[in-house]
Design a protein around this ligand. Structure first.
Ligand code: SAM
Length: 299
């Protein structure tokens, strides 16, 4: 199905918990006092995904909070994988990697295709300062993901004024590990974080000069990809980006069962979990969500 701006709907990003085992200073936390009754069960998640197939969804991204904190994650993945008439081409996970070493094999066995691992710096002290965690655990998680074949593996690197200095190290590391580097623009969630914003256009210009090949991800917000000495680099720039909006094919589902038409808005969500629990037809929720999709940034 297309929305009112002629955009196909292809991808569903599901947050399965608001809880996290890190405490990144820049994160727009979804709320930590969670009511377990509000969490979608693996069966409910499978059911919602089943309906989404009708509207063209063929890619699922599982996220959070930290998704690996849910011990039923393999069941969630299996429920999605085993749906009838399954057109899902890709089930991926975004994780901070802290628990990945332990769970990578189980996730692969459950049917997970690939992972994105967030890593803003390789410097143990700076990592601790940004997240409160231990970067060695993340590196071990990435190694394990490579070993079990959860690929292509992508590293999510958020560029901020305090992480940009580590860009070359991260590029070398990704090249060595055979993983893709995803360079993400920092979105300041409040006024006092604005000082950390760094314009990634400058980085993109440099990278494009060095690049051997440039590609565009047509169904993923027209994101540009570059190949530099064998390393694939992708840019994610949602801020003030009309291209990002006009090529967006993604809707989202919050951990408490609300469909979210746009990454950048929280005022137009559609409750799908309550109608599902009441035994109602939830097609109308998808239609309402898709109808509410607007262009956040316009020409
Ligand atoms: N816990 C998981 C993780 O760390 O990947 C999934 C949730 S986390 C919110 C998803 C991604 O959003 C991470 O790569 C994180 O770095 C990024 N992120 C969080 N806050 C951000 C912000 N203000 N600007 C840009 N990216 C952000």
């Amino acid at each position: 199905m297309k929305d009112l701006h002629n955009r196909e709907i292809k991808s569903l990003r599901i947050s399965i918990t608001p809880q996290c085992n890190l405490n990144c200073f820049y994160c727009h936390k979804e709320g930590h006092n969670i009511d377990n009754n509000k969490l979608m069960t693996p069966k409910e998640i499978g059911e919602i995904v089943k309906y989404s197939l009708k509207y063209g969804i063929n890619k699922i991204k599982i996220s959070g909070g930290e998704p690996l904190l849910r011990s039923d994650l393999p069941e969630i993945i299996r429920n999605i994988k085993n749906l009838k008439n399954n057109q899902i081409k890709d089930i991926s996970l975004t994780t901070n990697g802290i628990l990945l070493e332990k769970y990578a094999q189980k996730l692969k066995d459950a049917g997970l295709d690939r992972v994105n691992v967030s890593l803003d710096t390789l410097d143990p002290e700076l990592y601790k300062k940004i997240t409160g965690g231990n970067v060695e655990l993340v590196k071990r998680g990435i190694e394990k993901a490579v070993e079990v074949g959860l690929k292509p593996i992508k590293i999510n690197f958020v560029v901020m004024s305090n992480t940009v200095g580590g860009l070359n190290d991260i590029m070398d590391y990704c090249r060595k590990m055979g993983v893709i580097l995803q360079i993400i623009e920092f979105m300041p969630v409040d006024e006092k974080l604005k000082k950390y914003h760094y314009d990634i256009n400058k980085i993109e210009e440099e990278i494009s000069k060095k690049s051997d090949k440039t590609m565009v991800r047509k169904f993923m917000q027209n994101r540009k990809k570059y190949l530099v000495d064998g390393l694939e680099i992708e840019f994610v720039r949602p801020m003030d980006n009309t291209e990002f909006c006009s090529h967006c094919t993604r809707i989202r589902l919050t951990y408490d069962g609300l469909l979210k038409p746009c990454l950048l808005r929280d005022d137009n969500l559609v409750d799908v979990l309550t109608p599902l629990r009441n035994g109602e037809d939830i097609n109308k929720c998808f239609i309402k969500c898709i109808d509410r999709r607007e262009l956040y940034f316009k020409e």
